[in-house]
Design a protein around this ligand. Structure first.
Ligand code: GDP
Length: 198
């Protein structure tokens, strides 16, 4: 069980709904179906309210309060083709505002499926995130789906695709629990350094 008290806080559909209390934040980004809701459920050791099972259906930025001290933020999955163009444009604008004009945001975990070479969109988003002030951790989801050897070579391949060091990628699995401790450490480390922004 997670020893943290995690509470559903809010779903933001427009910028005015973002928290303004200055508590620091860590966000989770990734394409639809990458395993983001599974990772969050696993990280929190509980089913989360407001997380949809249908790919691409989560149409808001979802905030969870941890120990009343900081927020973990679930960003809508990207790359879901069935969304309308105007819907996608509205979301990119909202997510852009969240990522670029948010002094409380200390880190972004970017989730990429370990089994596939990063898509063009993954590469673009990875570059974009790394140009912003928050720390970025790339998490390789579904690591249990590959054997040790295949996992190691996919890690190299994804690292090359995203132009990062293989050691900067964190393999994660909700099935065997790998990466969970390291991910929590990364989050808590960032939160320990964070200063509240008013
Ligand atoms: P989301 O759209 O990014 O929130 O993705 P989901 O969390 O709904 O996961 C998409 C699919 O991948 C589901 O069928 C999950 O059961 C599966 N999945 C997610 N994480 C893992 C994992 O670590 N290992 C395995 N084997 N399957 C996973």
């Amino acid at each position: 069980m997670s020893r943290h008290v995690i509470e559903w806080d809010r779903a933001a559909h427009v910028e005015s709904q973002f928290p303004s209390d200055g508590r620091p934040q860590v966000a989770f980004a990734g394409r639809s179906n990458v395993g983001k809701s599974s990772l969050l459920n696993c990280l929190f050791a509980q089913r989360l309210a407001g997380v949809s099972r249908t790919p691409g259906k989560t149409r808001s930025i979802n905030f969870y309060r941890v120990d009343d001290r900081f927020y973990l933020v679930d960003l809508p999955g990207y790359g879901y083709a069935q969304r309308s163009k105007s819907d996608r444009a509205r979301f990119s604008a909202l997510i852009g505002r969240f990522l670029e004009h948010n002094r409380a945001l200390c880190g972004v975990a970017h989730l990429v499926d370990i089994r596939h070479a990063p898509s063009e969109l993954d590469v673009r988003i990875s570059r974009y995130l790394r140009e912003l002030p928050p720390a970025v951790l790339t998490v390789l989801t579904k690591a249990d789906k590959l054997s040790r050897g295949a996992g190691a070579s996919q890690r190299q391949l994804v690292a090359r695709g995203l132009e990062v060091e293989p050691s900067a990628l964190l393999p994660f699995s909700v099935v065997d629990g790998r990466g969970q401790r390291e991910l929590w450490s990364w989050i808590l480390d960032l939160m320990g350094k964070a200063k509240p922004h008013e």
